[in-house]
Structure formats: structure tokens, C-alpha cells
Write a protein that binds this ligand. Structure first.
Ligand code: S3P
Length: 438
């Protein structure tokens, strides 16, 4: 839960060294619980992210009548109830900080026979939901939002849904996934076309659960009326969590890190291409398949970075990595130009504003525009910045502090536990100087 009193003091640490395993992928963990809950039979999930976001999703399925066992940390046994087996919840369903949880559940719950309400924390309660309730309404769903299209979502059950062909105005895996989940219950076919391909975990995982689904980059299509068959899921390590260490080791002189068996779905790894454009030294080894996803060890060594123009085509493939990229750009020589990234304004915080304001207060020149920013590399100074309860802003500034000429206080960091519980101790273990306070 966001706690404005929680903070870190980040100070220059040592060069980073060691071998790390980062926790399981957030996007895949959410979907694994959801699809296992809807399946016929029991599924085992290994590598489940023990983060607040994904645990909130698991708790919601328990409220919907699904039994979930925890034989050990990061493992779940989900006893699926079938697509028609969810039960009406007694209370509102709290998605916490998770946009993925709320948007995917909106699609699923719109198709149920019962009413339900989805709520979220202060950050999620400000995020736009019309992008998902709009097309769901076209399918026949009835969902009430706040006047400005924000949560809570009051979902009226018992509606007969019809499949639609929908061209997404913005690239969003969450919206695509919500429509596919509703489409499982709709009459006829539901097809989704994206302006740029986004992460395809829903499509891949539905197929693994036995659903007939056609998909290729940028489009997906399925017929309603299908059932899911239980299957075991192995969740790879989250590239977005590894990203903070890739940037940190790239910019802290003398660093060398190995990140073990990280998920390398091409729709997630845009940051690798961006950092390489800036001169980073990152290589891969031990390529393998884990749960239908490519994984590999990532080796990163310090290298002097230079600014670059980030191609707009890379933006969807690195949509969660901009806070880390801003810090790489601040440490680089010259200018880094980001454009085509207006979506960053509606993430867990307005990430363009949060990063621009925070870096400026540490002495870095940042010119912010509506859909991006130009960051002028320079000397990072001491200061106090706000993470706005956004996990990725907090972790980005923990890295900035390692290079700063004096202490950087990062306020409101408790939400790091939504995606990366234990980040600070893992970071300290490889050389970060990072003290937590309350
Ligand atoms: C996610 C999709 C992305 C991403 C989010 C997780 C998902 O959001 O930013 O962290 O799991 O589908 P959008 O679909 O809004 O781009």
C-alpha cells in the first residue's frame, strides 16, 4: 500500500557485482491466476510473483469462489471452477494498485451472471477505464464508472455479449486482453487489431489452456463458448524488474552483473535496443524456453553511455521501462530524446512529469513535452524527490542516487512491493547504498 511516509536514502554505492534472480513476471502472474481459475481442473503456478498487485488478483478470485493453495512461496495451486463456475462476491473486489488486474477483470466480470464492483487504491482510482468500458459496452456490457471514466467500476451482470471487431486507438495489452476475456463468453467472434503489437501473454496463455485463438503480432481473434483446460505455468523472471539492474550496472563505473533466466518476450525488451543505441554493454547466454517464453541470462557491464533519439516504434516494447531509461539518459553524455510516449502520463503516476520533475530537482535539465522529453545528461546532485507511490519511479531514483554527488531521498516508496518485493535488499546485496526509513 502506498505510504507517503516511507522513504529511501540513496547514496553513492560501490560498483555492482554479483549474480541475481529477480522475481516472477507481473503480467504473466496475473494472467496465470485468472486463466487457472477459469479452467476445468487444477493448475500449478511456479515462479508466481509475490507482489501486492498479483496477490490482490489471487485474493479476488478467492472472493469469486476459487480455492487457491500456497504450498510454498511463489507457488500456487489453483483449483479451477470452469468458465461458468465463478460465484457472486460478497464485497467489492479490491485490485490495489493494479491496472492489469482491474482492466482484465472488467472484461471477465462483464460477462458473468452476477453484479460486481472493482475498486483500487488512490493511484488506480485516477486511471482511465473508458478505454476498456467503451468497447465492452459495444459488446453489450453494462459498466458504470465515475463521471470522468475512472474507478470504481460497477459491473452489471447477466448481459448477453456479442463479439465485435475492434481496432484499438492506443496500443494496450490490457484493453486487448479484457476484450478477449469478454469474447470467451460472447456470441460469435471477437477480434482485436492493435496500432502496434503489444505483449501477447493473454493469447499465448489462452492457447496453452486449450483455447482456439488466432493471433499474430498486432491482431488476435477468438470465438466465444470455449472452455479452458487446466495446465501448469512456469512464470519467468520479470524483464521490467531486471531493467533497473541493467541500467544501474550500465551507468555505475566498474559494475558487472549477471541476471539469471530473465523473460525475453520481444514485446517487452525494447529497453535492450534503446540501451544498446546508447552504447550499453549487455549480452545474453543460456537461452532456454520456460513456460512457452524465451528466457536467458543477461550479462551487463559498465559502459560510458551517450544520448540517443529513442525510435517511437520501440515505445510499446519498453512502455514500463521509461523511468529507468530517464536515469540512463541523465547519466549519459549528450541528449536523449523520447517521443510518442503520451501513455506514460496515465501509468501508476504521470511518469513523464514525475521523472522530469525529480531529475530537475537533482540538477539535470529535462525539457518535457506532451508526449515525451529531452533529457540532457549531466551531473546528478543530491536532493529529495517524490515517487508519487509509483514503484518504478521509486526504483529509478534509487539508481540515480548511486551516482549522485550527495544523498537522494526518495519519498513514498512502499508501493515498490506491488511489483518487486525485496528490491532494496537485492540491490544492497550487489552494491547499492540504500537505506529504508519510515
Ligand atoms: C500490462 C500492459 C501494459 C503495461 C502494464 C502491464 C499487461 O499496460 O504498462 O504494466 O500486463 O497487460 P497497457 O496495456 O495499459 O499499455
Amino acid at each position: 500500500m502506498s505510504d507517503p511516509h516511507s522513504y529511501w536514502i540513496a547514496t553513492p554505492g560501490t560498483a555492482l557485482h554479483g549474480e541475481l534472480s529477480v522475481p516472477g513476471d507481473k503480467s504473466i502472474s496475473h494472467r496465470a491466476v485468472m486463466f487457472a481459475a477459469l479452467a476445468d481442473g487444477s493448475s500449478r503456478i511456479d515462479g508466481f510473483l509475490e507482489g501486492e498487485d498479483t496477490r490482490a488478483t489471487a485474493r479476488i478470485f478467492e472472493q469469486l469462489g476459487v480455492r487457491i493453495e500456497i504450498p510454498s512461496g511463489s507457488t500456487r495451486i489453483v483449483h479451477g471452477v470452469g468458465v461458468d463456475g465463478l460465484k457472486a462476491p460478497q464485497q467489492a473486489l479490491d485490485c490495489g494498485n493494479a491496472g492489469t488486474g482491474m482492466r482484465l477483470l472488467a472484461g471477465l466480470l462483464a460477462a458473468q451472471s452476477f453484479d460486481s464492483t472493482l475498486t483500487g487504491d488512490a493511484s488506480l482510482s485516477k486511471r482511465p477505464m473508458r478505454r476498456v468500458t467503451g468497447p465492452l459496452a459495444q459488446m453489450g456490457a453494462r459498466i458504470d464508472t465515475g463521471d470522468d471514466g475512472t474507478p470504481p467500476l460497477h459491473i452489471h451482470g447477466g448481459q448477453a455479449l456479442t463479439g465485435i471487431d475492434y481496432a484499438l486507438p492506443v496500443a494496450s495489452a490490457q484493453v486487448k486482453s479484457a476484450l478477449l476475456l469478454a469474447g470467451l463468453y460472447a456470441e460469435g467472434e471477437t477480434s482485436v487489431l492493435e496500432p502496434h503489437p503489444t505483449r501477447d501473454y493473454t493469447e499465448r496463455m489462452l492457447r496453452a489452456f486449450g483455447v482456439a485463438i488466432d493471433f499474430s503480432p498486432g491482431q488476435a481473434r477468438l470465438r466465444g463458448g470455449q472452455r479452458l483446460r487446466a495446465t501448469d505455468v512456469v512464470v519467468p523472471a520479470d524483464f521490467s524488474s531486471a531493467a533497473f539492474f541493467l541500467v544501474a550496472a550500465s551507468i555505475i563505473p566498474g559494475s558487472q552483473l549477471l541476471l539469471r533466466q530473465v523473460g525475453l518476450n520481444p514485446r517487452r525488451t525494447g529497453l535492450l535496443a534503446a540501451l544498446k543505441l546508447m552504447g550499453a554493454d549487455i549480452s545474453t547466454s543460456n537461452h532456454a524456453q520456460q513456460g512457452g517464453e524465451e528466457v536467458a541470462d543477461l550479462h551487463v557491464r559498465y559502459a560510458p553511455l551517450h544520448g540517443a533519439v529513442i525510435p517511437e516504434a520501440l515505445v510499446p516494447d519498453m512502455i514500463d521501462e521509461f523511468p529507468a531509461l530517464f536515469v540512463a539518459a541523465a547519466a549519459a553524455t549528450g541528449q536523449t530524446v523520447i517521443s510518442g510516449a503520451a501513455e506514460l502520463r496515465v501509468k501508476e503516476s504521470d511518469r513523464l512529469a514525475a521523472m522530469a520533475t525529480g531529475l530537475r530537482s537533482l540538477g539535470i535539465q529535462v525539457d518535457e513535452v506532451a508526449d515525451g522529453a529531452t533529457i540532457h545528461g549531466g551531473v546528478i546532485g543530491p536532493g529529495s524527490i517524490q515517487a508519487h507511490g509509483d514503484h518504478r519511479i521509486a526504483m529509478a531514483f534509487a539508481i540515480a542516487g548511486q551516482l549522485a554527488t550527495g544523498p537522494v531521498r526518495v519519498n513514498d516508496v512502499a508501493n515498490v512491493a506491488t511489483s518487486f518485493p525485496g528490491f532494496d535488499s537485492l540491490a544492497r546485496g550487489c552494491g547499492f547504498a540504500l537505506q529504508a526509513g519510515q
